[in-house]
Design a protein around this ligand. Structure first.
Ligand SMILES: *Cc1c(COP(=O)(O)O)cnc(C)c1O
Length: 376
């Protein structure tokens, strides 16, 4: 049976190193904030070119801590794309602030600058204080951070990059992790860089901001854990997970190249029959997902069913945009609507994508997609 994401193949490759790393942790017994956590934070900073890396318990906490560190609170508007995973927006009302939904671009799946501009004007009109943007690097493709940085500076907004799917992505060879004020990521097992449980990290180039983030993640500590300067949270990456991530990070750049190869094979074989992902020439995707756009909802659902009948897994990310979710009912949005987010949720389909997808298996996926369209 073909896997949508094959974590076992990766484990087989790095098993010896993992065993060694895990044995080390069992031996020294520092299960919380042990030496592997610091080692990983240093390695991650080197990997993505961020001055500071602070690990935490998961990608949602990373976003929440980022908002806390930036002082987001009641009366503030935080601009979030509607076509993303719920965590990107869920953290906003938790701080007492208001998520304002922004539409995405059809080709990149990422936040649309025109829609963002309208949403910021609208937020001010309804009496909110425009405060921050959460830009998501959806499916592994970085949002247009150079444009977002300019827009944020011009409008006095903070820029947070939700890189849960985009760690390892590049714009003009600059790695995700160093754009905006703060970048957050997730090490959930199915993300491009995942551990064997929950995990997350926060990246920033700001010294004061990094200090604040370190304090917030440990109960708002001052000089030590029993000196509390502010209200914080308890959000740590386990030493065991850090040890596992050190082994995985070592092979991550090579895995991104493998993903790129898989993506290229899909695109070469399928771009004549179906709308394949579009990656701007200035960018490198980390290929968290390989996502097709179908002509209609009926066609998408039919293709998904056909693949399933032939033993090929596929997933819809995401079947409902956030502004249509009950949880976010009544949230403000771009006054011109979020038509692209609605359309994409009806028409996207993600194909099996991971660094160890065998050429023969990929051939089966490709043949099946082609057979579906030949039948029409
Ligand atoms: C997975 C994900 C998160 C949340 O990460 P967790 O580690 O599961 O909390 C946030 N944003 C996006 C875009 C994600 O894909």
């Amino acid at each position: 049976m073909m896997e949508f994401i094959d974590l076992a193949a990766q484990q087989e490759r790095i098993k010896a190193g993992l065993d060694r790393r895990i044995a080390d942790v069992l031996l020294h017994g520092k299960y919380i904030l042990g030496p592997e956590v610091q080692e990983l934070e240093a390695e991650l900073s080197g990997f993505c070119g961020a001055k500071h890396t602070i690990t935490c318990a998961n990608g949602t906490d990373a976003l929440e801590i980022a908002l806390m560190a930036l002082g987001v609170g009641a009366g503030d508007a935080v601009f979030v794309p509607s076509f993303t995973f719920a965590a990107s927006a869920e953290v906003v009302p938790k701080q007492g602030a208001t998520p304002v939904f922004v539409d995405v671009e059809e080709e990149s799946f990422n936040i649309c600058m025109d829609s963002l501009e309208r949403a910021v004007v609208h937020a001010a009109e309804i009496g909110l204080q425009p405060k921050a943007i959460v830009a998501v690097d959806l499916f592994g493709l970085a949002a247009d951070h150079p444009a977002l940085e300019q827009f944020a500076a011009k409008n006095g907004l903070f820029l947070i990059d939700d890189a849960a799917q985009g760690l390892g992505a590049k714009i003009n060879n600059r790695m995700v992790g160093s754009f905006g004020d703060i970048t957050t990521t997730s090490f959930f097992p199915a993300k491009p860089l995942g551990c064997y449980g929950d995990g997350g990290a926060i990246f920033t180039n700001g010294d004061d901001l990094a200090e604040l983030v370190r304090s917030i993640r440990m109960h708002g500590k001052g000089t030590n854990k029993y000196d509390n300067s502010r209200i914080g949270v308890n959000s740590r990456l386990d030493t065991m997970q850090a040890a596992i991530l050190l082994e995985k990070l070592a092979i991550f750049p090579g895995e991104i190249e493998r993903r790129e190869k898989v993506a290229r094979r899909y695109t070469n074989a399928l771009s004549d029959v179906v709308q394949t992902p579009v990656i701007p020439s200035s960018q490198n995707s980390t290929w968290a997902q390989y996502t097709l756009r179908l002509a209609s909802n009926t066609q998408r659902d039919a293709l998904k069913a056909y693949l399933g009948e032939n033993g090929i897994p596929s997933v819809i990310y995401y079947p409902k945009p956030l502004h249509l979710q009950a949880a976010f009912q009544g949230s403000p949005a771009d006054p011109e609507g979020l038509g692209i987010s609605e359309k994409l949720s009806q028409t996207v389909l993600s194909l099996p994508m991971h660094p160890y997808l065998k050429a023969a298996d990929q051939e089966r996926v490709i043949n099946c997609v082609c057979a579906f369209f030949a039948d029409k």
